[in-house]
Design a binder for this molecule. Structure first.
Ligand code: DQQ
Length: 607
C-alpha cells in the first residue's frame, strides 16, 4: 500500500484510457462500502458521514475512513434533494500547531494544600484554549467561512437542524475525546455501557473541560446523566482531561485521568465510583492523594497526558501507558503499579518514533491473529499481536501499527519498521482524532470510538450551540488476509436504526460520468454501495498511481487510470458543492493492487 504520510510523489501516466468509474458484470474486483451518516436536505449544510470499506479481495490492503464535514456555507444557496454517485476525489488540510514547554521539575502539593475543594462553589473560569493550555485549538480547513465571504446567513434554528440523529453528542456545547468502559463484573446484569466524554458545559468551544456522562444498553441509544467530574480541585482546576477506566478482577473500577493543574501542569489523578452498587455510577470520588503521577523530569510539564486502560502482567504488576515527546520524538511511557495510588516509571520507552511530535491518547491493545474475538487488554501470548496507536498532536491524525509486545523488556516492536506508527496506517482517513478502544466483555469484542470535530468555524459552533460528535462505535479485528492492518466495522447494533431501504442495481458508471440516484425525500441515510470493476480495465492497466495517497493527492479532481470512483453526497444541483467519498486503485508493475478510500472536504464552488 502506498505510504499515506507522503514520500516522493510520481506522476504516473494513465496506461489505459481512463476507465476510472466502470461498473460491469465482470466482477473480478469488488469493493463494498457502507456509509452511516446523516445527510441533511434541504438547506442543511452540516452532516456526519462514516464510510466503511470491506473486503479487500486478493490480499489487498484496505484503508478506512470516517468523515465528518461541514460544507462551507459560502456560495451554498440551495441544497438539492438528491444523492449523486459518480467520479469523486479526496484531499484535506490540517494546521499543525506547535506546543513546547520545559520541565524544570514539578513538586506535587500535599492534599491539605488543596486550593479549591469540591465544596467550593464552582466559578466559571476564563476560557483558555490551545497552546497555552498544552493542547491544540480546533484546526480549521481552508474551506471555513471565516474569511467573511458571501456566507449564507444561517440562522440559529437552521443551525439546530444540523444536529446529528444517531452519532453521540452532548445535549449542547463542546465535546471532545472520550473515556469509556463497558461496565461489567458486578454490574453486568444491568447491561449499561458508560460513556464519559470531555465537554465544556458552558460553551461550544474547548475549555473548562469537564466529564459528561451517559449510559446506553446498546451503544446506540444514550441517556444523559449528570456530569461525572468537574474541574474543581487544584490538581484538575484547568480541566479534567483524557482518562481511561480499568476493571479490576475483584469488580472495582478505577479511572486514571489527566488533570491540568491550577498551574497548567499535566498530572495523573485517580478516581473511582462512590457506590459500586449504583448501576448508573452517578457519583465519582477523586482520590484524596491526587495526583498519583507527575511529569518525569525528562519531559515537559505540558507533555504528560492521557493514561491508557491498565493491563496486568504475569508478574502481578498493572501497567499503564502515556503519550509524550522529547524534542520532536513521539514516545510512549509505561508505569507500573499494584494499587493505582503509587506508580513506578519503567526504564526506556514502550516505543518512540523520531519526528512525530507529541503523542496524545495513546492506545495499546492486544489483537488475536487466530480469530475475530476481541481480547481483554491484559491478554498476551501465542496468537496475539499488539496494536500501538498514537494521536499526533502535530497533524491531528491517528496512526497505528501492529507489532510484538515484550512485556518484560517494556518494548513494542512494529512487525515492519517501514510501517512504524506514523509512517503508513491511519486509523481513519477522514476527520477523526483521539480514538480509543475498549474491550466489551459483554459481547467479547473490542470496540473503537473516535472524536469527530467538524471543519466549520468556532463562530458557527457558537451560533449553533454545539460542536463535535463521537463516531459510531466499530469493532476492530486483525486482517488475517493481509496480516498487516486492522479491519473495522460498525457495531451490529447500529442496524436497528434502519427503517426502510431504496435499492439501485446494475447502475453503470462510464468513465468520467456522474449518475444521479433519486432517493426521494430523506434526512438520514445509511448507504451500502458495492462497486465492481471491469476486469479488462484492471488487466490492461500495467501500472497506475503507485505513489498515490489520499492526503497527498488533489482530491476528487485528480483522475488516474483506476480512480477515483465512489459517491458524491450533499451535492447541489450543478455540483459546484459536494462531498465526495471515493475509492482509488493503484497498481504496481508486478501486478499488485492497493485500494484507497478517501474523502474530499474541499469540493465547493471556488475550488
Ligand atoms: N484533548 C485532551 C487531552 C488530549 C487532547 C484535553 C486530545 O487530554 O491530549 O481536552 O485532543
Amino acid at each position: 500500500m502506498a505510504d499515506e504520510t507522503g514520500g516522493e510523489k510520481k506522476d504516473v501516466e494513465p496506461s489505459h484510457p481512463i476507465p476510472c468509474s466502470i461498473i460491469n458484470t465482470k466482477q473480478i474486483f469488488c469493493i463494498i462500502l457502507i456509509a452511516h451518516g446523516t445527510l441533511l436536505f434541504p438547506e442543511r449544510n452540516l452532516f456526519p458521514i462514516e464510510l466503511v470499506l470491506q473486503a479487500p479481495l486478493m490480499g489487498r490492503q484496505l484503508e478506512y475512513m470516517d468523515c465528518f464535514r461541514s460544507l462551507s456555507s459560502k456560495n451554498l444557496q440551495k441544497t438539492k434533494d438528491s444523492l449523486i454517485g459518480g467520479l469523486i476525489g479526496c484531499g484535506h488540510s490540517q494546521q499543525p500547531e506547535p506546543c513546547e514547554s520545559t520541565n524544570q521539575g514539578f513538586v506535587p502539593r500535599k492534599p491539605n494544600n488543596t486550593v479549591h475543594s469540591k465544596t467550593t462553589p464552582f466559578m466559571p473560569k476564563p476560557r483558555s484554549r490551545g497552546v497555552s493550555a498544552g493542547v491544540s485549538e480546533k484546526a480549521f480547513l481552508t474551506v471555513s467561512d471565516d474569511d467573511g465571504g458571501d456566507a449564507y446567513p444561517w440562522n440559529s434554528v437552521e443551525m439546530g437542524w444540523q444536529r446529528t440523529a444517531y452519532h453521540f453528542q452532548p445535549e449542547k456545547n463542546w465535546m471532545n475525546g472520550r473515556q469509556q468502559t463497558s461496565l461489567l463484573g458486578p454490574l453486568f446484569h444491568e447491561r449499561w455501557y458508560h460513556l464519559f466524554y470531555q465537554q465544556n458545559p458552558d460553551s461550544a468551544v474547548w475549555g473548562n473541560i469537564t466529564w459528561g456522562h451517559a449510559v446506553s444498553a446498546d451503544l446506540v441509544h444514550w441517556l444523559y446523566l449528570p456530569l461525572a467530574m468537574q474541574p474543581d480541585s487544584w490538581f484538575d482546576w484547568n480541566g479534567v482531561w483524557t482518562g481511561s477506566a480499568t476493571l479490576l478482577p475483584d469488580g472495582q473500577i478505577v479511572i486514571l485521568y489527566t488533570g491540568d493543574t491550577d498551574d497548567h501542569v499535566q498530572v495523573q489523578n485517580l478516581a473511582y465510583p462512590a457506590n459500586l452498587s449504583d448501576p448508573l455510577l452517578l457519583d465519582w470520588v477523586k482520590y484524596a492523594g491526587n495526583p498519583v503521577m507527575t511529569p518525569p523530569k525528562f519531559i515537559a510539564l505540558k507533555d504528560f497526558r492521557d493514561p491508557t486502560t491498565a493491563w496486568l502482567g504475569p508478574d502481578g504488576l498493572w501497567r499503564v501507558a502515556f503519550g509524550s515527546k522529547i524534542n520532536k520524538t513521539g514516545i510512549a511511557l509505561v508505569y507500573t503499579t499494584t494499587n493505582f495510588t503509587t506508580f513506578e516509571l519503567l526504564d526506556g520507552f514502550l516505543h518512540e518514533v523520531p519526528t512525530t511530535g507529541m503523542w496524545e491518547c495513546v492506545d495499546f491493545y492486544p489483537i488475536s491473529t487466530l480469530g475475530y474475538e476481541g481480547l481483554d487488554t491484559s491478554a498476551n501470548g501465542p496468537g496475539i499481536k499488539h496494536v500501538l496507536k498514537a494521536s499526533f498532536d502535530d497533524d491531528r491524525h491517528d496512526y497505528y501499527a501492529i507489532g510484538t509486545y515484550d512485556l518484560f523488556n517494556n518494548t513494542w516492536t512494529p512487525d515492519d519498521p517501514e510501517e512504524d506508527v506514523g509512517f503508513k496506517l491511519r486509523v481513519d482517513y477522514g476527520k477523526y482524532y483521539a480514538s480509543k478502544t475498549f474491550y466489551d466483555q459483554n459481547k467479547g469484542r473490542r470496540i473503537l470510538w473516535g472524536w469527530i470535530g467538524e471543519t466549520d468555524s468556532e463562530a458557527a459552533d457558537l451560533q449553533q450551540g454545539w460542536a463535535s460528535v463521537q463516531s459510531i462505535p466499530r469493532i476492530v479485528i486483525y486482517d488475517n488476509k493481509t496480516g498487516t492492518n486492522i479491519i473495522q466495522w460498525p457495531i451490529v447494533e447500529i442496524e436497528c436504526l434502519r427503517l426502510n431501504s431504496t435499492e439501485f442495481e446494475d447502475v453503470e458508471l462510464e468513465p468520467g460520468s456522474v449518475v444521479e440516484l433519486d432517493i426521494g425525500k430523506s434526512t438520514q441515510l445509511d448507504i451500502v454501495a458495492e462497486f465492481k470493476i471491469e476486469s479488462e480495465a484492471l488487466e490492461a492497466t500495467l501500472e497506475a498511481d503507485v505513489s498515490y495517497n489520499c492526503s497527498g493527492s488533489s482530491g476528487s479532481a485528480q483522475r488516474g487510470s483506476l480512480g477515483p470512483f465512489g459517491l458524491q453526497v450533499l451535492a447541489n444541483e450543478n455540483l459546484t458543492e459536494q462531498t465526495p467519498f471515493y475509492f482509488y486503485i493503484a497498481k504496481a508493475s508486478e501486478g499488485t493492487y492497493t485500494s484507497f478510500f478517501c474523502s474530499d472536504q474541499t469540493r465547493y464552488a471556488s475550488c
